[in-house]
Write a protein that binds this ligand. Structure first.
Ligand SMILES: C[S@@+](CC[C@H](N)C(=O)[O-])C[C@H]1O[C@@H](n2cnc3c(N)ncnc32)[C@H](O)[C@@H]1O
Length: 224
């Protein structure tokens, strides 16, 4: 498996990087296309818990968290190929071969490829805010994605969301209210690797903290 570059040489990311060519073609309906993605991990790890990060950027959260919790299998999905390759190379250099980095659109991947009831947690930190009204439809967090995340979570699984953008947070709260039948909204719990005074400790958080921006965060617990 290797992430194919848009141009230039492919990074040797070992088993960590997965590119669009490693996915089967999309079928006629999601149920035809979904497959057991645990096959990306060695057999002796497939019974361990799985967690997903959407929009991993340069992979700081995954490097920190996967170092701290080697008993968890992580999948990071990053749309931008150059960031996905950067993150995969960083993970490889840290020897974190229990992480898989996928260069793909997470919305499509979750809907079309992810099997039911796999992830214990889904992390979404500092998603792009798309501030202009005409771009709001591009926002990642929308009720249909939250319903798909509900499907791919195990019982009592969590979605964790942090944003620096007040207007996007109001949008998120509105979409969270639309899925109140399947999720309980709870306060955000910081991951174990967040530094002093940090909410999570991603690259964007560190950059925005220097700019003095406030952060909003919430957790969603799968009901039923
Ligand atoms: C503002 S950055 C935050 C990166 C990182 N989470 C952090 O906090 O440093 C948002 C990232 O999400 C990625 N992204 C946006 N939409 C995505 C999608 N549909 N699937 C996967 N990644 C996506 C972008 O390419 C970008 O790298």
């Amino acid at each position: 498996m290797s992430i194919k570059p848009a141009r230039g040489r492919a990074l040797d990311t070992g088993v960590i990087g997965i590119g669009p060519d490693d996915l089967p073609p999309i079928g006629d309906a999601p149920r035809d296309t979904r497959f057991d993605i645990r096959q990306w991990w060695p057999e002796d790890r497939r019974a361990l818990p799985f967690e997903l990060e959407i929009g991993s950027g340069k992979g700081t959260f995954l490097v920190q968290q996967a170092t701290d919790t080697p008993h968890i299998n992580y999948l990071g999905i990053e749309y931008a190929g150059q960031f996905a390759r950067y993150a995969a190379d960083r993970l490889r250099r840290h020897g974190l071969d229990h992480v898989r980095m996928l260069a793909y659109d997470a919305t499509v991947f979750v809907k079309w490829y992810c099997p039911d009831a796999l992830f214990r947690q889904v992390h979404i930190y500092f998603p792009d805010p798309w501030p202009k009204t005409r771009h709001h439809k591009r926002r990642l967090i929308q009720a249909p994605l939250l319903r798909e995340l509900h499907r791919v979570l195990v019982a009592d699984g969590f979605v964790r969301i942090v944003t620096d953008h007040d207007d996007y947070f109001a949008w998120i709260e509105d979409h969270v209210a639309q899925v109140a039948d399947v999720f309980e909204r709870l306060p955000f719990e910081r991951p174990t690797t967040a530094g002093d005074g940090e909410v999570v400790g991603t690259n964007f958080e560190r950059k925005y903290r220097r700019e003095g921006r406030p952060f909003n965060a919430l957790s969603l617990k799968k009901k039923g």
